[in-house]
Design a protein around this ligand. Structure first.
Ligand SMILES: Cc1cc2nc3c(=O)[nH]c(=O)nc-3n(C[C@H](O)[C@H](O)[C@H](O)COP(=O)(O)OP(=O)(O)OC[C@H]3O[C@@H](n4cnc5c(N)ncnc54)[C@H](O)[C@@H]3O)c2cc1C
Length: 412
């Protein structure tokens, strides 16, 4: 796939990075996705001028500040497995990679694993996914109920046939710290953060020659660009619509509950219950959540406390009897940038305009995928195609091709 468009290939174009009004690459959104694209662009080619346009300096609603910040390799599609493996390696090296002026970020990476649980009817699918994961170098262990009961005596296993655990290669980290560190390093490498709201695109040409010439901001500013990247998270659909592109990315609210439990749960991983809810330790407390029903667009970013009493508490206590005595401490809500086409990332150049690229639609796994997505999209800008990682399965062009990524392990 080609990013096409004039300034493809490495080397800056001589546009003036100082005023941010004319740049090689203009990125919409400075969440983890936009920050990561900017980080890789300026790392791979320090002569490039890169502007990241962000409307909210405090990132008050950005998903990158509201995530559960966990990372797994238990996907069923090779592209997603590869991206998370890359993300894990990036997190492990992050202190050196993201150092600025001797200041190294502390991301608190812990890897007790994800524990996917399966009832008898679900066990064959979990085994099949495990075979794919192992074939792609993900050391995920399958556990019989007896083994789980020995390892996790606090877990109720009577209705289970199988568990899959990625100890050592899956876990969680400080997501807001990663976001801040990637953005800071991108700026230290020369990317410019422009405060403003993108309100339009200037497009010219037809068919294969159609391209973006500039972004327009709501205050009237015009930013001419060689390439544009839409990385606007849950707001990517209205931003893409400004370029005449229909993008199936919808803002779907998810509530995360923080709770304490009087009994400790030694070696607790991130547990994915067969019914779909999840929980994991967070310091001395726990966090957890589930997929709401119904799941509507654009709900206000306030936690839905009713979800806990209506469905979660009984489900938690069924799986972990000690949770009978849990106490809710607080809750927060954030948007999944849900790609309703197939619940996977939408990356790379769009067929509607050769120099317009996307890094969005992560559908709940964008923190872990952002390092790989940023590299892939940066390489599409610089080289006109995927290089280090083959992310062609996740190309945004699949929307026009009618192709879907088949990923069985979506945590709704
Ligand atoms: C509750 C919850 C739990 C999650 N758990 C995990 C997890 O465990 N692991 C994981 O990997 N991922 C998880 N995610 C998903 C992850 O947080 C997101 O995929 C990721 O943060 C998306 O980053 P982003 O940069 O695309 O979007 P955002 O962080 O939302 O950033 C988009 C930015 O674009 C800006 N913007 C929008 N429109 C415009 C405009 N017109 N002009 C200028 N700026 C604009 C916004 O202000 C925003 O700052 C979770 C998400 C939620 C909500």
């Amino acid at each position: 796939m080609s990013a096409g468009g004039g300034s493809g290939g490495s080397g800056g174009s001589g546009r003036d990075p100082a005023d941010g009004r004319s740049v090689d690459v203009a990125i919409v959104g400075a969440g983890i996705a936009g920050a990561s694209v900017a980080y890789w662009l300026t790392r791979l080619d320090p002569t490039l001028s890169v502007a990241i346009v962000e409307r909210d300096a405090g990132f008050a609603q950005a998903s990158s500040q509201r995530s559960a910040s966990s990372i797994r390799q238990q996907f069923s599609s090779p592209a997603n497995i590869r991206m998370s493996q890359f993300g894990l390696a990036f997190l492990r090296d992050a202190a050196e990679r993201l150092e600025v002026d001797g200041d190294r970020p502390e991301l608190g990476l812990q890897t007790p694993g994800y524990l996917y649980l399966a009832t008898p009817p679900q066990a064959a699918a979990l085994r099949a996914q495990n075979a794919v994961q192992r074939a792609h170098g993900a050391p995920i262990e399958l556990l019989a109920p007896e083994a789980m009961a020995t390892r996790f005596p606090w877990l109720a296993t009577a209705d289970l046939e199988l568990g899959a655990l990625g100890e050592g290669v899956e876990g969680w980290f400080d997501g807001p710290a990663l976001h801040a560190a990637v953005l800071r390093r991108a700026r230290a490498q020369g990317a410019r953060l422009v405060r403003g709201e993108v309100s339009g695109f200037e497009l010219a040409g037809d068919g294969d020659t159609r391209r973006v010439n500039a972004l327009r901001l709501s205050d009237g500013t015009r930013i001419a660009c060689g390439h544009a990247v839409i990385a606007a998270g849950a707001w990517s659909r209205p931003v893409a619509a400004q370029a005449g592109i229909a993008l199936p990315v919808h803002a779907r609210r998810r509530t995360v509950f923080v709770f304490s439990c009087p009994e400790p749960l030694p070696a607790c991983p991130l547990v994915i219950d067969p019914t779909g809810f999840w929980f994991r330790p967070e310091g001395r407390a726990f966090i957890g959540g589930t997929t709401p029903e119904p799941d509507e667009d654009d709900l206000p970013l306030e936690p839905n406390l009713g979800e806990f009493d209506e469905t979660l508490w009984a489900a938690f206590a069924h799986r972990v009897p000690a949770f009978e005595a849990l106490r809710i401490e607080r809750a927060w809500a954030g948007y999944y940038e849900m790609n309703l086409w197939d619940h996977n990332a939408l990356l790379g150049a769009h067929p509607a305009a050769a120099n317009l690229l996307f890094a969005t639609g992560f559908s709940g796994h964008g923190m872990q995928q952002a390092p790989a997505a940023g590299l892939g999209v940066a390489e599409c800008v610089l080289h006109g195609g995927w290089r280090t990682l083959d992310l062609s399965d996740l190309s945004v062009a699949r929307l026009a091709e009618g192709r879907r990524v088949l990923e069985a392990n979506v945590i709704g």
